[in-house]
Ligand binder design. Structure first.
Ligand code: ZN
Length: 385
């Protein structure tokens, strides 16, 4: 038997945030905590949000979300949630505020500590329907967290762990492409490459779920057709609409599981020495992982070639290297500032990451290290069976 579930309620249109009062009423949320970050506040998005919320001027707002969400930030937001008597959450931003809000929604109704609920520590069945209701409003087109079941949170001891449950899927996703019109080119490229990586990795995952694979391929094609123009012509509403749909589709396929790119980018994103953008890491790693998986993905590579528009037998890895270059992405981990002495530890952590199990080819710590060394130096990985 195959378990296939779709999924949550999504409102998708320009101006969608104007309907937030209805969303709150339908979900029975009277006193939400708004979770955001300081950049969104500076961009004026919190003020804009308040204009469409009932009693907006009095709403509780947490803007302390770090670039990669941390346990201590979850606990700080949880304190605010409790002290203000909140009964639900609105997360607005990229993946970080949405993931952080999932952590608050979880701990508002479950006893801590947070690590009790980490997927790799056996936490999945401990997460119940008591999770507080969450409305997610993405302001980037990338993470798919607005319809995803996972939150990635770095614990105080430095481990970046996944918290996974169908109950962590936001009860409503409000996708308003207008919110992405002002996204800077570099962030448009990096978050767009995250969406592309989601579509590629979930499609290649060996879990049986043909509907999800169809969605992943549609999302990939949509993103490939629009990402370059979204970077160069960010005010074009049509390409922003398409990129937001591609990101949503990437998120709708998470139930298949990701793969080695994410197994590596999670621990890299948890490094304390340097702050690394999740989407940029995925963009750099994707060609090398495609080389690693090549002999184990059968005809699926042909389907990917068709959607990105390269001929039979041509190198997908080289296609994505070229796309990264055209988007102005860094091409190596060294170019991103990853410290070389961190690679051995990252390779070890990748074997324990929840995304590793659904990579099409079993990857050992040695394999992960070889991928990391190749991506560090920018030297293609020798494909081997
Ligand atoms: Zn991702």
């Amino acid at each position: 038997m195959s378990l296939i579930t779709y999924l949550t309620t999504i409102r998708f249109e320009f101006g969608a945030i104007a309907g937030l009062a209805d969303d709150l009423r339908e979900l029975g949320i009277k006193n939400p905590l708004v979770v955001a970050d300081s950049g969104l506040e500076r961009a004026g998005l919190i003020e804009r949000l308040k204009t469409v919320l009932p009693n907006g001027s009095e709403v509780a707002v947490f803007t302390g979300t770090p670039a990669n969400p941390t346990e201590s930030a979850v606990l700080a937001a949880l304190d605010l949630y409790r002290s203000r008597g909140c009964d639900g959450l609105i997360a607005i931003g990229g993946g970080s505020p949405i993931d952080l809000a999932k952590g608050v929604a979880l701990l508002s109704a479950h006893d801590g500590p947070l690590e009790t609920y980490a997927a790799i520590l056996g936490g999945i069945p401990k997460i119940t329907s008591a999770v507080a209701p969450l409305i997610a409003i993405p302001t980037t087109a990338g993470t798919g967290s607005e319809v995803g079941r996972a939150a990635l949170i770095t614990l105080d001891d430095g481990r970046k762990l996944g918290f996974i449950s169908p109950y962590l899927i936001p009860r409503r996703a409000v996708c308003d492409p207008e919110l992405t019109l002002g996204l800077p080119p570099a962030l448009t490229a990096a978050t767009g490459m995250d969406a592309i990586t989601h579509c590629v990795e979930t499609f290649l995952s060996p879990r049986f779920n043909p509907p999800a694979e169809a969605i992943a391929l549609d999302g990939l094609e949509r993103a490939i057709k629009n990402i370059e123009r979204a970077v160069t012509h960010g005010n074009d509403p049509e390409v922003r609409h398409e990129m937001m749909m591609a990101a949503l589709e990437g998120g709708l396929t998470f139930q298949k599981g990701l793969g080695a790119v994410h197994a590596l980018s999670h621990p890299l994103g948890g490094l304390k020495q340097v702050s690394l953008h999740h989407g940029t890491l995925n963009a750099v790693l994707l060609p090398y992982v495609l080389e690693f998986n090549q002999e184990h993905s059968g005809v699926k590579y042909d389907a990917l070639r068709q959607r990105v528009g390269v001929g039979p037998g041509e190198s997908l890895a080289d296609y994505f290297r070229g796309l990264n270059a055209r988007l102005g992405m860094p091409l190596t981990l060294a170019g991103m500032g990853v410290p070389h002495d961190a690679l051995v530890g990252v390779a070890e952590s990748a074997t324990k990451d929840h995304s590793s199990a659904t990579n099409p080819r079993l990857a050992t710590a040695g394999d992960y290290l070889a991928i990391l060394e190749a991506a560090y130096a920018g030297a293609p990985l020798q494909a081997s069976a």
